[in-house]
Ligand binder design. Sequence first.
Ligand code: FES
Ligand code: FES
Length: 169
Amino acid sequence: MAYTLKVNGRSTSVDVPADTPMLWVLRDVLSLKGTKYGCGIGQCGACTIHLGGEAVRACQTPVAFAANKEVTTLEGLSADGTHPCQLAWQELDVPQCGYCQAGQIMSAAALLTKKRNPSDADIDAAMNGNLCRCGTYLRIRQAIHRAAAIASSSVAKPSQSAEILAPSR
Ligand code: FES
Ligand code: FES
């Protein structure tokens, strides 16, 4: 069946079964490989995207549920890698292996749309479902505070595009 999707500001149509997870629609049909496959069962957060502004797990979101809603992936977070989270992640050199980081950034970005200056407790609650096998949790928390500061002070510099932010794997 054909579904109309709004992905990163663009409307597109995909012809897949209704229960196809958005993870596979994004990666295999639309070639947006910034959204990662970790566990496939909603337990790791590597596949986190935004659906209508909310952080959701793409592996647990059927395409039929996402149809006609605004979908944002890592590739759509900013045009040039200058979202405050992207800048903060680069500045603090957050990733280790990097595999979880796309999902971490997407969860963090969703948090900052709701809380402009989140506390440690806010961050821990929002990021609770995003696992990092490399244990970068403290740097992630620092980076979210830094991203909040960047967002509020508008010190983001467009020239600092972050190459970690458009992974092709
Ligand atoms: Fe979706 Fe792990 S791959 S939560
Ligand atoms: Fe390696 Fe998070 S940086 S899993």
